[in-house]
Design a protein around this ligand. Structure first.
Ligand code: NZQ
Ligand code: ZN
Length: 389
């Protein structure tokens, strides 16, 4: 395990079909003002809204609502929510939804008492909050981002077409508790389910494809990937399979709650490319990742050949006999492509509304990170984006 690190994750998880009841144990820990944050209406259709309101009322809470948090929440929506939250003086922000709602709640949390513009402070200058933040609790209804147990909050500025994620350093920003009921995810449309599955897979890849050493995080990652592949194939055939969906939910949380990044430099370039495509197209997060992944991985594979070979054998069961390292690694990516097609993921950015004339602009807003096998130059980003068309 390279380097020195600390590990602390303070989020308390409640998992399972009865886990919403845990709200009764958590709510008394906070004052009476709760801001209930949710998305565009799915929780009203599937009954989760009524169940949550009943528990809030039973616990004597004064409730204000921020509704209509959209996928890829916008800066304009953040400003609106901050105003609502300021006027309600909340003791708790309760996010009920997917990654967008959970991320948004964290962004509101750090902005309510902030004297400066949150976009400038947190998303352009990447500063940490120096004001009082509001505790966040989550009830998760869409699986993928890991937002339920991390300090990430992604916001899109529609005016500048920038989609930027800030992973806060402070554990204060992590949800105080998260309720993970796999049954709540069963009403997700198939395309959202598979987008979430790919998001999970790619979170693991972003951490796995980095660093030189053969560390414990790599072995945990391979186990998580194998579990995810197994469960994804079952869920793809039968989305109502509780066992498969619950394994996917649990894997998502461990894929991005800081555990498997320990001892790794971490890459995150698929996410930087995907987020840049997302800033231009507002496409579903997991689909932006799937559309750029294979061109990116094929490009960097020679720079991390030993790891791509290991990935092929340990994750995709490629038989190495009589093959060169390069052939083994290429076969691994080929089998991965087959799995992605089987799930029905977007494999080209044109499927998401991106066009050739956007490439330069997308490249301009792609942040370059240096933890992977090959720090990219602008012309390399353009080449990968062209291959993703
Ligand atoms: O808005 P509603 O009506 O609730 O519909 C949502 C939304 O349209 C729907 N949905 C959610 N639960 C449902 C449901 N529909 C039926 N039944 C249910 N049980 O699904 C749609 C997508 O929801 P969203 O929250 O946008 O999806 P996801 O969880 O993928 O979150 C995406 C956001 O998270 C960010 C992404 O960039 C994007 O902005 N990310 C956050 C990360 C983090 N915090 O660490 C890391 C990720 O890499 C990612 O960047
Ligand atoms: Zn992601």
């Amino acid at each position: 395990m390279l380097g020195n690190f600390a590990y602390c994750n303070p989020t308390k998880l409640y998992f399972g079909g009865d886990s919403l009841n845990a709200l009764n144990a958590e709510l008394p820990k906070y004052g009476s003002n709760v801001v209930f944050i949710y998305g565009g209406g799915s929780i009203q259709k599937n009954g989760i809204y009524d169940a949550v309101v009943e528990i809030l009322k039973k616990n004597g809470k004064n409730i204000a609502e921020i509704s209509g948090v959209m996928p890829n929440p916008t800066l304009a929506k953040l400003y609106e929510g901050v105003e609502i939250a300021r006027s309600h003086q909340p003791d708790l922000l309760l996010a009920v939804g997917g990654g967008s709602v959970c991320d948004y709640a964290k962004a509101v949390s750090v902005s309510v008492n902030c004297q400066e513009d949150p976009w400038e402070k947190y998303y352009l200058r990447f500063e940490e909050p120096d004001c009082k933040t509001i505790p966040v609790g989550c009830v998760l209804t869409m699986v993928g981002t890991g937002s339920e147990m991390n300090a990430g909050a992604v916001i899109t500025n529609q005016e500048t077409k920038q989609k930027i994620g800030h992973v806060f350093a402070s554990e204060e920003i992590m949800p105080k508790f998260s309720i993970l009921n796999p049954q709540f995810t069963l009403t997700l449309p198939h395309d959202q389910m598979v987008a979430g599955i790919y998001d999970i897979f790619n979170h693991i890849c972003e951490q796995y494809f980095s660093g030189e050493d053969d560390n414990t995080s790599d072995y945990i990652s391979e186990g998580l990937m194998r579990s995810l592949l197994h469960a994804s194939r079952i869920a793809n055939q039968n989305p109502q399979d509780y066992e498969a969906r619950s394994n996917i939910m649990w894997t998502a949380t461990w894929a991005l709650n800081t555990l498997i990044s320990r001892g790794k430099t971490t890459d995150w370039m698929v996410h930087m490319l995907g987020q840049a495509v997302g800033g231009y197209t507002n496409a579903t997060h997991g689909m932006t990742l799937s559309a750029v992944s294979l061109p990116y991985y094929r490009y960097i594979m020679p720079y991390g050949l030993a790891k791509f070979k290991r990935f092929a054998i340990h994750v995709w069961n490629v038989n190495p006999e009589g093959k060169s390292d390069r052939q083994i690694a290429q076969e691994g990516l080929k089998v991965m492509e087959g799995w992605m097609n089987e799930l029905g993921l977007a494999m080209h950015i044109t499927q998401l509304g991106a066009t050739e004339d956007m490439i330069e602009g997308i490249a301009d807003v792609t942040a370059v990170l240096e933890g992977g096998y090959k720090p990219l130059q602008r012309e390399e980003i353009i080449r990968i984006l062209r291959e993703s068309l």
